[in-house]
Design a protein around this ligand. Structure first.
Ligand SMILES: [Zn+2]
Length: 314
């Protein structure tokens, strides 16, 4: 069985939102499911640390980082029409990025085979100089750049199965041939991007793969896509590390989408990714929480995901 790490801190609860689906109860729901099942005790506890401004600036402009910091301190409540902040949100967002970085450290330094990072706020809509869609800093994008800069990795592959297209991540890496971005998402849907013909640009042409799905798709469509489209892309690209933007809002019970994945379906997708990672990158996977807004479905899906990261068959 794999040695799986788990990143979490109660500090993540201090990003306060009001009447908002992206709430602190998302993390406490995951934590209690893991505790109550006994799974938490099997995981290596990986401590997050606050990412430095220099680390966050691997993706975001320093001007924007300053705007986030100052807005939180000045009591601003909204960074865009969907994205709430509170007094501590800047520090929490730095710790969310640092949670993903700590996951990379643990996997590259072989303390864990793979890691799940239960962090918030999420990141994949965040653009280099703009907050968007509940996201302040792009946790996964910074983690990819950090793995390259800190550990000299050449090629990183990101699998984004959040039900929304990760427009922020695509924006960061569209022209970069060293980071492959795969996204499967409901389309048309928020944020409006993610067409199949958006395959990267300039030197990064061909290193992005978008699979837009119509409302109503579920486990069968996802598993077929992973086997028929993702697997050959991973085997051809040969990444040294796989990052997952693990949103669980494609669940059939989630109110923010019309995709019908089951909790077990997330486990099946994880099995496929784990086997691919074994083949190309010594099993290295860092999975970072994105969306997922039905608390029961989120907790159950995260549970199935982590069990599959462990390689624990039912
Ligand atoms: Zn989402």
């Amino acid at each position: 069985m794999k040695h799986t790490g788990f990143v979490y801190s109660a500090e993540y609860l201090k990003h306060r939102t009001k009447f908002h689906p992206e709430c602190k109860e998302r993390l406490t729901a995951i934590l209690s499911r893991l505790e109550q099942s006994g799974l938490l005790a099997q995981l290596l506890s990986v401590q997050p640390y606050p990412a430095t401004i220099e680390q966050i600036a691997l993706v975001h402009s320093k001007d924007y980082i300053g705007v986030v910091r100052d807005s939180c301190r000045q009591g601003v409540r909204m960074l865009d029409m969907d994205t709430q902040i509170s007094h501590n949100s800047y520090e929490v967002a730095c710790l969310a990025v640092g949670g993903a970085l700590a996951g990379v450290d643990a996997v590259i330094q072989a303390e864990a085979d793979n890691v799940f990072c239960a962090v918030r706020p999420p990141g994949h809509h965040a653009l280099p100089d703009k907050a968007m869609g509940f996201c302040l800093f792009n946790n996964v994008a910074v983690a990819a750049r950090y793995a390259q800069q800190e550990y000299g990795l050449n090629k990183v592959l990101i699998i984004d199965w959040d039900v929304h297209h990760g427009n922020g991540t695509y924006d960061v890496f569209a022209a970069d041939p060293s980071v492959f971005y795969f996204s499967i998402h409901q389309f048309p849907h928020y944020p409006g991007t993610g067409r199949a013909d958006e395959t990267g640009c300039d030197k990064g042409a061909g290193t992005s793969l978008h699979v837009p799905l119509s409302a109503g798709g579920g486990d069968a469509e996802y598993i077929a896509t992973f086997k028929q489209q993702l697997a050959p892309a991973v085997l051809a690209f040969k990444p040294e590390l796989i990052l997952i933007s693990a949103g669980f809002d494609a669940h059939e019970a989630d109110a923010l989408s019309s995709i019908q994945l089951s909790s077990k379906g997330f486990g099946r997708l994880t099995d496929i990714v784990r086997e691919l990672a074994d083949e190309v990158c010594a099993g290295r996977i860092v999975s970072v929480l994105e969306g997922g807004y039905n608390l029961t479905a989120l907790a159950e899906s995260a549970y199935e995901h982590i069990r599959a990261l462990q390689g624990a068959a039912d």
